[in-house]
Design a protein around this ligand. Structure first.
Ligand SMILES: NC(=O)c1ccc[n+]([C@@H]2O[C@H](COP(=O)([O-])OP(=O)(O)OC[C@H]3O[C@@H](n4cnc5c(N)ncnc54)[C@H](O)[C@@H]3O)[C@@H](O)[C@H]2O)c1
Ligand SMILES: [Zn+2]
Length: 368
């Protein structure tokens, strides 16, 4: 049985998130968009295309007017305007018009890039997300943020633009490397930490099943994660308030990521940042030491890092204060009142940040 969530904006249903183990229901879902009269272009990166593009193309060819595949070289480095231009050119050559559709088949890079093309080609054409990495399934495919990097600036150019459908086939996670999969767990754990203590406990009790990518446990955790993101985004689509809670672990995480991105994946840096946020929440007297320890242990159970000794403290603090998420020179730090209850704390200062980073650097959260 497939799971279905519906994302709303201003109380109007905008699109469904369908979660199923494989692609058997995809053609049926796509038929709802009258694809017999529309051309489709599957956009995918070189890794994912090799594994999945042919089978998805075959599935859809039985129903659609015509199906094309556009492949770009995998990697964040290609999430840029150059690749967007390549895709625009291809769409023009294939005479794609306003009623035709794009399908993003891949991780967050593919989803962000394809979504941005869909938002801008002919002032906007429909697109569907088929996320295949854990990060994309629980995070980037939901919420309507699309965009590309510009020179060294991440996600500098983009648009808020909703897909028509997010179709998640959980089986695709089986071809993901352990490192990519576990990195995605950083974002999954984040949802428990910021919003849902029961989910946090579930993740604690199902470590083995989830690490083995057991279908049932994985489907459940993806559903809860998407549903949490859905609710937060519905309340605050343009990130005026509550959506900032999703940045838990990202203030320090992003700053650290700048210096170690060659070795560490995004979710790993978020994990380190979350350990730092738990420490700050503990030091400020919001949560108990036991709660801090519980968060750090859960991250470690999923083989996620909580320390990093290759960073320079001052550099990372400066990077933190230069983050675009700053408001009037203050950091909107995401702290915890308890596990499952995060809030925006504007009182976190330089020294507290430095303390947390020292713990991260030394790998010891039990100082003083
Ligand atoms: N739009 C948003 O709200 C949002 C949120 C979070 C992150 N992001 C963006 O997402 C991107 C990161 O996403 P990502 O981690 O998925 O990166 P990614 O798309 O580069 O995928 C990671 C790697 O896994 C491979 N891959 C993906 N699915 C696979 C599968 N099923 N089997 C085998 N290999 C597979 C990809 O080819 C790639 O090499 C960043 O650019 C980030 O900015 C966007
Ligand atoms: Zn993230």
């Amino acid at each position: 049985m497939a799971e279905r969530l519906t994302v709303h904006e201003n109380k109007m249903p905008i699109y469904d998130i369908v979660i199923h183990e494989n692609f058997e229901l995809l053609a049926e879902e796509m038929e709802k968009f009258d694809i017999a009269n529309r051309k489709l272009c599957i956009v995918s990166d070189s890794h994912v295309a090799e594994i999945y593009a042919d089978s998805i193309k075959n599935l859809l060819e039985a129903k659609a007017k015509e199906v094309f595949v556009y492949v770009f070289e995998a990697g964040e480095i290609n999430k840029n305007l150059q690749t967007v231009m390549g895709l625009y050119t291809y769409l023009i050559e294939q005479k794609f018009d306003r009623k035709d559709m794009l399908i993003a088949l891949g991780g967050g890079v593919t989803g962000d890039l394809t979504g941005f093309c869909a938002a801008t080609y002919l002032r906007g054409i429909d697109f569907v997300q088929i996320p295949t990495s854990l990060l994309a399934q629980v995070d980037s495919s939901v919420g309507g943020k699309t965009g590309v990097d510009f020179h060294e600036y991440k996600n500098m150019v983009g648009a808020f633009y909703h897909p028509k459908l997010v179709f998640i086939a959980t089986d695709t996670l089986k071809t993901l490397t352990d490192k990519e999969y576990l990195s995605g767990m950083g974002e999954v754990i984040k949802y428990g930490v910021i919003k849902d203590k029961d989910f946090f406990d579930y993740l604690k009790e199902h470590v083995q099943e989830i690490k083995q990518r057991d279908g049932e446990a994985v489907a459940y955790m993806i559903k809860v994660s998407c549903d949490t993101k859905r609710k937060v985004v519905e309340n605050d689509f343009r990130e005026q308030g509550e959506r900032a809670l999703l940045n838990m672990g990202h203030t320090l995480g992003h700053a650290i990521e700048k210096y170690v991105y060659q070795d560490r994946l995004h979710g790993e840096c978020v994990s380190i940042g979350m350990a730092g946020a738990a420490y700050i929440s503990y030091k400020k007297g919001y949560i108990t030491r036991q709660e801090m320890d519980d968060i750090i242990s859960l991250l470690q159970e999923y083989d996620l890092p909580v320390s990093e000794n290759r960073i320079d403290l001052d550099q990372v603090i400066h990077a933190t204060y230069n983050d675009k998420k700053m408001e009037h020179g203050q950091i909107k730090f995401i702290a915890l009142k308890e596990i499952g209850n995060a809030f925006i704390d504007k009182s976190v200062n330089w020294m507290e940040m430095k303390d947390a980073l020292t713990c991260i650097l030394e790998g010891n959260f039990h100082v003083k």
